[in-house]
Design a protein around this ligand. Structure first.
Ligand SMILES: C[S@@+](CC[C@H](N)C(=O)[O-])C[C@H]1O[C@@H](n2cnc3c(N)ncnc32)[C@H](O)[C@@H]1O
Length: 273
């Protein structure tokens, strides 16, 4: 649930809210998290992102690695590996993949999909072997899922795990426009229909709230609520954080052709000195 791109085979409609007043007096404190799409429904997560260009993104990552890497191995760590969609393509590219995700059900799905070693773990509280990985990835907004004061420990953790000369690559989303809007995405299949209604709204200097209702014929109740607070950063603070840890950093606005023009992301490609 990260960007709201129209997926081939799905329909997506932005719907302007007519009544802004309904949100005006809402207390913007910590949201009751209920991220059931990740924690309990990896199959439905995959349906909403079925047309995401995972293979193209993995090709971009492989090329970026091969152009810059100065190590002699292909050990790849995927943090926030989700259902293993990048991992399967990276394994095909000859990487020895280790994937870690906060939710066991995501990990189980990744294990069944991709060659590699997958385990549960939550950033930034992970035990990682030092100087062990040639390539480290946090693909699809993973840094945005850690709290603002956890960015530094997360980058430190990664810096420690990556070999000198190795490559770190991840993306981050910016603060969305002030205007509130709803997005509807539908996935129609022969045996079941699924839809989600998502509202995204800024919640302070570094916070964005994504609140969703997911409707699915694959869950017994027919629906579930999916609420997540995410953290947004200034790109400069990420660059400075990485440089302070001894990385040389490049910024891109996409994963090349694999990113749709309407998708606003920054991709950081960093090499550990
Ligand atoms: C948008 S999904 C991306 C998953 C996968 N990388 C992909 O591209 O499909 C975000 C993933 O981050 C995981 N996640 C969220 N917070 C995390 C944390 N603090 N540590 C590790 N994983 C986390 C979620 O469980 C979810 O699988």
């Amino acid at each position: 649930m990260c960007s709201f791109r129209g997926e081939r085979g799905t329909v997506e409609k932005p719907v302007r809210l007519r009544e802004y007043g309904m949100f005006k007096n809402r207390c913007f404190k910590k949201l009751c998290m209920s991220d059931k799409l990740f924690s309990e429904n990896p199959e439905i997560y995959d349906k909403f992102f079925d047309e995401k260009e995972y293979e193209g993104e993995a090709a971009f990552m492989t090329d970026a690695f091969e152009e810059r890497n100065d190590t002699d191995g292909r050990n790849c760590l995927v943090l926030g590996c989700g259902t293993g969609r990048h991992s399967e393509h990276l394994a095909d590219e000859g990487f020895e993949v280790t994937g870690i995700d906060k939710y066991e059900k995501m990990v189980e799905t990744a294990r069944s999909r991709a060659e590699g070693t997958f385990r549960q773990g939550t950033l930034p509280d992970l035990d990682l072997e030092a100087d062990a990985y040639d390539l480290v990835l946090l693909p699809f907004n993973i840094v945005n899922y850690v709290e603002y004061d956890e960015l530094e420990p997360t980058l430190e953790l990664v810096a420690d795990a990556i070999k000198p000369g190795g490559v770190l690559l991840f993306d981050s989303v910016p603060m969305p426009p002030e205007t509130q809007s709803l997005h509807i995405q539908t996935v129609v299949e022969d045996d079941a229909d699924h839809a989600r209604i998502v509202q995204m709204q800024p919640g302070g200097q570094h916070q964005v709230r994504w609140e969703s209702i997911v409707l699915s014929e694959d869950v017994e109740s027919g629906f579930f609520v999916d609420n997540v607070d995410i953290t947004v950063y200034d790109d400069d603070e990420i660059v400075t954080g990485l440089e302070d840890l001894g990385f040389t950093v490049e910024q891109r606005d996409s994963y090349g052709d694999a990113t749709r023009p309407e998708e606003a992301i920054t991709v950081f490609v960093a090499v550990k000195e």
